[in-house]
Design a protein around this ligand. Structure first.
Ligand code: SAM
Ligand code: SF4
Length: 335
């Protein structure tokens, strides 16, 4: 192993989120437009390149890999990549291999993912109503995702549900969703909607549901115990005493938890974003492709990028404009 990655603010980089495709079989309204243009295939890192890149990061101290997208499970041959990462779990260098998925392909992949060493998955689900599900995902069908969740649990995967909190959309399902997750022994994390992509500003601000309000409403029915555990990301957790369930709140906009940030994000084209809320990135595809026989240039490029990791992001909704917004899509950087 080479020297660990430490940024200028003394944060150790131990967590890499990797987008393996910009494509998706859904078109969630807050994430993509209906007629998205996707990248030409040659722009994407190949599965071998993804392996080489992730393995380099693992050698440099990354202990947790989260595979995302787009929808990671629509990437052709993706199990080859998961299977390849199993070797890093076997040596103990990698502590966790996981993914965030919309669940649509879970029925097909759950068993294979478990066999590759995946133990936990995040599945995104914003509503339990068939029609609302079709409306928000445009192309998704709720029944297919529920089957995916069943398959994941049957395969032995621990499932956490991710729900984007949307005013006027799933406010009325707060307790239904919470109780449904409790009945299936699943934790639940609410995500504040972020100013990404190209949905009109007004729409997004209209949909913005402050998680402090959501949390206060939960507190009217449940006893909330604050948990001290930290993931190094913009999430805070409580336990609901009545159900024993863990509820997370991801509030990148209203809070700054950047001081403990331990992560960087790799896009499917090999761009490394040091912060979700900033435009600065480093191209890792060139040093990777130009040096097929050695990882030295790649390692150097990664180290140079980490020295540019900013102290924090600039999202700010408080001024009621979408200041500090970034123009790229969530599906590009990987959620
Ligand atoms: N397709 C997979 C999925 O939906 O889980 C993985 C990629 S998706 C970009 C990752 C997460 O980002 C999902 O939970 C999704 O709900 C969330 N997301 C997408 N756009 C968002 C936005 N504008 N604000 C907040 N969360 C968003
Ligand atoms: Fe696809 Fe996930 Fe974006 Fe929805 S949030 S469009 S499922 S990438």
């Amino acid at each position: 192993m080479t020297a660990p990655l430490i940024d200028p603010f003394q944060r150790a980089i131990s967590y890499l989120r990797v987008s393996v495709t910009d494509r998706c079989d859904f078109r969630c309204v807050y994430c993509m437009s209906e007629n998205m243009t996707f990248l030409p295939k040659r722009e994407l890192l190949t599965l071998e390149e993804l392996d080489r890149l992730c393995s380099t990061f693992v050698r440099m101290g990354v202990q947790k890999l989260r595979i995302t997208g787009g929808e990671p499970l629509v990437r052709k041959g993706i199990m080859t990549f998961f299977d390849a990462m199993t070797r890093h779990l076997a040596t103990g260098a990698l502590k966790e291999l996981t993914l965030t998925t919309n669940g649509s392909q879970m029925e097909r992949f759950a068993g294979d993912l478990y066999a590759a060493g995946v133990r936990r998955v995040n599945i995104s689900l914003d509503t339990l109503d068939d029609q609302k599900f079709a409306d928000i995902t445009r192309w998704g069908r709720l029944a297919q995702v529920i089957k995916g969740i069943d398959a994941a649990q049957n395969a032995g995967l621990r499932v956490k549900i991710n729900t984007v909190a949307l005013k006027g959309f799933n406010e009325d399902e707060l307790f239904t969703l919470t109780e449904w997750c409790a009945s299936r022994d699943m934790d639940l994390t609410f995500i504040e909607v972020m100013p990404m992509g190209d949905i009109g500003n007004e729409d997004r601000l209209g949909q913005y549901w402050k998680l402090s309000d959501l949390r206060a409403r939960l507190g009217e029915r449940f006893t909330l115990t604050e948990l001290t555990e930290r993931s190094g990301g913009p999430a805070r957790y409580v336990r609901l005493e009545e159900t024993g369930q863990k509820i997370g709140f991801i509030t990148p906009l209203t809070h700054n938890f950047c001081e403990s940030c331990n992560r960087v994000r790799l896009t499917c084209t090999g761009e490394l974003y040091m912060c979700l809320g900033q435009e600065d990135m480093a191209d890792l595809r060139a040093p990777l492709r130009n040096n097929p026989a050695s990882d030295a240039m790649l390692e150097e490029a990664i180290r140079a990028a980490i020295t540019r990791k900013p102290k924090g992001h600039d999202f700010d909704y408080s001024r009621q404009t979408v200041d500090g917004r970034v123009s790229r899509h969530m599906s590009h950087t990987g959620g």
